[in-house]
Design a protein around this ligand. Structure first.
Ligand SMILES: *[C@@H]1O[C@H](CO)[C@@H](O)[C@H](O)[C@H]1NC(C)=O
Length: 258
């Protein structure tokens, strides 16, 4: 898939050069888009789509063929700590260049960690990889205080500058009609990250909730916006298993693939 993608980018760069268009326009194919999955076989219908550069499954092992994407392991939370080092090493050895940290520690039913406990665990389990991979912050919800950015602010305070973080990881869920609020929230997160010396964010879960038509409309509005902003390094819509209808891809999945 990597060579397929490169060929495609080169071909469009060549076409742009011939037509005299700015070469930047050649990257009409987003390289930020990821595949969030539970069942690894759910990736199959999305294979060989040049827009997908990475994948993750909230775990630390891919569990099968990830279709030429970069697998990004996640240190989900406390239940993962015992096996994290072995699995992170294995993922790095097979080409992972990024590592994700705790999943929604601001929620009791997810990683459920206080900002202070997360800051200590981050330094213990994530910092050691800082020279060998790009590291993501814990991934927070878009809940109002004490969730979301409020939790993250306390986490950064507890880190006191000692957590090695290359990008801020965030989630967003709301109605598909709220693309405006999505952009507003992402903007706020970019500004929060910058204020903490971090110049990239990853939106590792998001969904404009609603029927397929509303979700496609949401994507039409937010995907080009995400693609055009350099501060947004990567993103993953929630989630490929739900973008299938039997063996084929739903209209939402098709929009996400194009
Ligand atoms: C990305 O978004 C941030 C926050 O809205 C903004 O400050 C920045 O100028 C944007 N960058 C680009 C390249 O559009």
């Amino acid at each position: 898939m990597t060579s397929f993608k490169n060929t495609l980018l080169l071909a469009s760069a060549f076409a742009a050069a011939v037509s005299g268009a700015p070469v930047e326009q050649a990257s009409a194919v987003s390289t930020k888009r990821g595949l969030a999955y539970n069942q690894v076989t759910a990736l199959n219908p999305f294979a060989k789509k040049p827009c997908f550069s990475w994948s993750y499954n909230w775990g630390s092992a891919a569990g099968g063929d990830i279709q030429g994407t970069e697998y990004v392991p996640m240190n989900w939370g406390e239940k993962m700590f015992g096996e994290w080092d072995n699995l992170a090493e294995a993922a790095l050895a097979s080409g992972s260049k990024h590592l994700l940290a705790f999943n929604e520690p601001d929620l009791a039913e997810q990683a459920n960690m206080s900002p202070e406990a997360a800051a200590a665990a981050y330094q213990q389990y994530m910092n050691p990889y800082g020279d060998r991979a790009r590291l993501g912050s814990p991934a927070i919800t878009n809940g109002a205080a004490p969730y979301g950015l409020d939790w993250m602010k306390k986490f950064f305070d507890a880190c006191a500058g000692n957590c090695k973080i290359d990008f801020l990881a965030i989630h967003w869920y709301d109605g598909a009609e709220h693309a405006f609020w999505f952009k507003k929230h992402i903007t706020e997160c970019i500004e929060f990250a910058k204020a903490h010396g971090i110049d990239k964010i990853w939106v590792t879960e998001f969904q404009g909730m609603g029927d397929d038509v509303s979700q496609v409309k949401f994507m039409n509005e937010v995907l080009p916006w995400l693609d055009s902003n350099d501060s947004v390094e990567r993103y993953a819509y929630f989630m490929v298993d739900t973008l299938l209808r039997g063996k084929s891809v739903s209209s939402v999945g098709q929009r996400y693939s194009s």
